[in-house]
Design a protein around this ligand. Structure first.
Ligand code: ATP
Length: 259
C-alpha cells in the first residue's frame, strides 16, 4: 500500500498565507479521499500545493520520498492535478489535448512513439466514455463535456496520486455517478485519489475517507459518517442537517435550515 503524507504544510500566495502547519491523515493507494468544506477553506490551495504549483514549507512525501526536490516533470509522473476551471482557449481537439498532456511525461520520455501515445489517449477516452468526442475542438464542447475531457487529460499519465478539484461541478446526475465510479476504479488501479467535492451526499456514499477543511485547517476526518455529522456541519457551515440511512442502506444527508 503506497502512502502520501503531508506534514506541517505551510502554503499560500505571495503575501497571503492560507495554510499554516497542516498535517493530514495518511492518504493511501486504493482509497478515495473526499476533501470538502466551505468556500475559501483552502481546498484548492491544498491540492495545488500537493501538485507542486505553489511554494510550500513542511513535507509532502510519497512512499517516503520527499516530492519537494523533484523536477516538475518527475513530480508530474507521480501527481496529476485536474483544476477546477478548464481552460477554454486551447485550440486543440480532445484527442490532441489528451496527447499533449502525455507529451513530456515520463511515459513519453520512456520512448513511446506517436502511435503508442495516440493509442494510450484513445484508451483513456474510451475508459471515460468520451471517445465519440475525440475529434471535437475542445473550445466547442459543453461545460460538462469539457470537464470529462479535462479528467481524461489528468489520468492519461497514469499518476500514482490523482487530485481532482470539483470534477463533477458541471455534470448532470448520470455523469456525476459515472465520475464517482471512475474515481473508485482509478483507486482500484492502486492510485491515491483525492477529490474536492461540495456535494456531501456524494461524499457520504462514495468516499473511503472524508476530510472536512475549514479556514485552512482540518475540522474533522475519518470514515464518511464519522467526518460528516450534524455537529460538525453546524459548526463549519452554520447549517442544520440530518444523516439518515436510506432504503438501500446508504447514508443520506438532508439539509433542514440555516442556523
Ligand atoms: N491565485 C490566488 N491568489 C491569491 N489568493 C488566492 C488565490 N487563489 C485562492 N486564493 C485565496 O485563498 C483562499 C482559499 O482559496 P481556495 O480556492 O483554496 O478555497 P476553496 O476551499 O477551494 O474554495 P471554493 O470551495 O470556493 O472553491 C481564499 O481566501 C482565496 O481568496
Amino acid at each position: 500500500m503506497a502512502t502520501l503524507r503531508i506534514d506541517n504544510l505551510h502554503t499560500g500566495y505571495p503575501g497571503k498565507p492560507i495554510i499554516s502547519g497542516l498535517t493530514l491523515p495518511p492518504l493511501v493507494s486504493g482509497e478515495v479521499t473526499i476533501l470538502t468544506g466551505p468556500n475559501a477553506a483552502g481546498k484548492s490551495t491544498l491540492l495545488r500545493a500537493i501538485a507542486g504549483l505553489l511554494r510550500t514549507k513542511g513535507s509532502i512525501t510519497y512512499e517516503g520520498q520527499d516530492l519537494g526536490p523533484l523536477s516538475p516533470q518527475k513530480r508530474a509522473g507521480v501527481v496529476s492535478f485536474m483544476p477546477q476551471s478548464v481552460p477554454t482557449d486551447i485550440n486543440l481537439s480532445v484527442i490532441e489535448a489528451v496527447i499533449s498532456a502525455l507529451k513530456a511525461s515520463p511515459l513519453d520520455a520512456a520512448g513511446d512513439g506517436n502511435e503508442q501515445l495516440h493509442n494510450r489517449a484513445i484508451a483513456v477516452l474510451e475508459r471515460i466514455g468520451i471517445s465519440h468526442l475525440a475529434l471535437e475542438p475542445l473550445n466547442q464542447l459543453s461545460g460538462g463535456q469539457r470537464q470529462m475531457a479535462s479528467l481524461a487529460r489528468s489520468v492519461v499519465r497514469e499518476p500514482k496520486v490523482l487530485l481532482l478539484d470539483e470534477p463533477t461541478s458541471a455534470l448532470d446526475l448520470k455523469h456525476q455517478l459515472k465520475v464517482m465510479r471512475l474515481a473508485r476504479s482509478f483507486a482500484a488501479d492502486g492510485r491515491i485519489v483525492v477529490m474536492v467535492l461540495h456535494d456531501l451526499n456524494l461524499a457520504l456514499k462514495w468516499a473511503d475517507q472524508v476530510i472536512v477543511m475549514d479556514k485552512g485547517t482540518i475540522a474533522s476526518h475519518g470514515r464518511p459518517t464519522t467526518a460528516i455529522t450534524p455537529d460538525i456541519i453546524a459548526q463549519v457551515y452554520g447549517v442544520a442537517i440530518r444523516v439518515e440511512i436510506c432504503s438501500l442502506g446508504l447514508p443520506n444527508l438532508i439539509v433542514d435550515r440555516e442556523l
